[in-house]
Design a binder for this molecule. Structure first.
Ligand code: MG
Ligand code: MG
Length: 251
């Protein structure tokens, strides 16, 4: 079932989005060679709870932490712990928060110190692909317009788009209908209507698009070991166009 949010619910999601944006900014500021992913998780939980919100991921299907931390060839859903960030790493941080029962969900890829030029290009391309998708979040457009825009940017730069994990509706549940693929045909899929809120989250690989789930049951990696980048925003469809609920500049 696809739910459309009323103005009152959208206001709560806007506040959840702001908590997520501020938390991501705080964690990003702490990223440096030598810090552990567990330390970054502690920062994130403090930032979320100090704003009166609740982490979305902690306990979600048994996930043991506040944020997902994925490094280099890890695509998404890495578990924070003793892993230490090193100069040249690609660090991905995924974060969700709940305010008055409503979730917001966002992710960024952060270079640790200086990274190889190809990885800078991967980060820039993946973020640009996300924003190309966001630009299509307009009343009357279809879901396929978003995926097509994302895919065109990512593949146009010579990278591949992960198929096995996709974006999603978001609201009272972290993951709601509809699935939001980062690929597809324009003018296909459901029509975008005001009040629909979706998380758009391209995962883009240097090498092939194939993925493998590790034995911890969470961490998803590229099959060929190539690096991967991930960006995500929670976006509301409004009559005026896309409203990016997790964008820091929007507040
Ligand atoms: Mg996320
Ligand atoms: Mg998500």
């Amino acid at each position: 079932m696809i739910t459309r949010k009323n103005p009152d619910e959208l206001a709560k999601m806007r506040r959840a989005g702001r908590v997520v944006a501020e938390t991501i900014a705080a964690v990003a500021a702490a990223v440096r060679p030598g810090i552990t992913t567990g330390e970054l998780d502690t920062i994130a939980e403090h930032e979320i709870r100090s704003r009166g919100a609740v982490p979305s991921f902690l306990g979600y299907r048994g996930f043991p932490a506040t944020i997902c931390t994925s490094i280099n060839h890890e695509i998404v859903h890495g578990i924070p712990g003793r892993k230490v960030l090193s100069e040249g790493d690609l660090f991905k941080l995924d974060c969700g928060a709940i305010v008055e029962g409503f979730h917001a969900d966002s992710a960024v890829t952060i270079p640790v110190g200086e990274v190889a030029p190809e990885l800078s290009k991967l980060i820039e391309t993946t973020e640009r692909a996300l924003w190309a998708g966001i630009e299509e979040v307009r009343v009357g457009n279809r879901l396929g317009d978003i995926g097509h825009a994302v895919q065109t940017v990512a593949e146009g730069a010579g990278f591949s788009v992960v198929r096995e994990y996709v974006g999603h509706g978001v609201g009272r549940a972290l993951h709601e209908e509809p699935p939001v693929p980062n690929y597809g045909d324009p003018s296909r899929g459901i029509r975008l209507e005001p009040g629909l809120v979706i998380a758009i989250e391209p995962m883009v690989n240097v090498g092939g698009k194939e993925t493998v789930l590790l034995e911890d049951g969470w961490t998803v990696v590229t099959e060929d070991g190539s690096h991967s980048a991930h960006f995500e925003h929670t976006v509301a469809v409004t009559p005026e166009g896309p409203e990016v609920l997790t964008a820091p500049a929007a507040h």
